[in-house]
Design a protein around this ligand. Structure first.
Ligand code: 1GP
Length: 241
């Protein structure tokens, strides 16, 4: 499967909305895989994202091979570190944290990943990752030692996202942070979307169907939800296909 980005573009051009369920290997119980994947398969989810800020070595590949026994959905790595990159997945969001000014997360980790990527046949999707403040310090902020963009300086957020696109990034990801108190404000989503030609991913703190629909209506093409399912799998009931 090497057509994940093409399929995203196709879906966006057809006006479809996409939903990725984020699984953090560090927080996931391997013996719950079949049950959890069964719920994903019956929901409106279109993608499975795998990643976390801190994950032990080899846990990611074990989890993905287990998921693949039960799911045909595209599995996309959303790695917090080079160690989480594995050929078991279908694609990799090759992230650069363009909201931050830590060179390690702008280009350093990416350089370190190349010797690994050379041995693999993952589809690599260049992604501009934009962290926006949400009211509490998130793991991304702590691990990357970067400051999120202020939610009140909307033009700066729009310009950052657009700079990512102009640098050739294929996706822009507006991130409030996992478990964020507040999702990305809708006016930020719509202003960013109005300037982009590449698909827009939105994630962090989305816990209800209404928040999901609001994000779509504001312009998100793909929404990522993790914590809401970790906390309560019955949320899948609301998102049945
Ligand atoms: C985090 O955007 C994702 O990177 C998902 O966030 O866990 O809050 O859904 P939640």
């Amino acid at each position: 499967m090497k057509a994940i980005y093409t399929n995203i573009l196709q879906a966006v051009s057809n006006g479809e909305k996409l939903l990725a369920i984020l699984i953090d290997p560090d927080k996931f119980l391997l013996n719950n895989t079949q049950n959890f994947i069964d719920k994903i398969e019956k929901s409106i989810a279109t993608h499975i994202f795998i990643g976390g800020s801190t994950v032990d070595d080899f846990v990611t590949e074990t989890l993905i091979s287990e998921i693949k026994k039960f799911s045909q959905l595209p599995i996309v790595l959303f790695p917090g570190d080079v160690s989480q990159i594995t050929n078991q997945a279908d694609a990799l969001l090759f992230l650069s944290l363009i909201s931050g000014r830590n060179p390690e997360y702008l280009i350093g980790k990416q350089v370190k990943a190349v010797s690994k990527l050379r041995q693999m046949n993952l589809e690599i999707i260049s992604t501009g990752y934009v962290l926006i403040e949400n009211g509490k310090k998130t793991a991304v902020q702590r691990v990357t030692e970067t400051k999120p963009l202020s939610r009140t300086h909307i033009q700066n957020i729009v310009d950052t996202a657009k700079a990512g696109e102009l640098l050739g990034m294929k996706l822009i990801y507006l991130e409030a942070g996992s478990g964020a108190l507040h999702p990305i404000p809708l006016d930020i989503i719509s202003k960013v979307k109005s300037e982009l030609t590449v698909p827009l991913i939105v994630g962090g703190g989305i816990k209800t169907k209404e928040q999901l629909e609001d994000a779509y209506n504001a312009g998100a093409d793909l929404v990522v939800i993790g914590t809401a399912f970790e906390n309560d799998e019955s949320f899948f009931e609301e998102l049945k296909s």
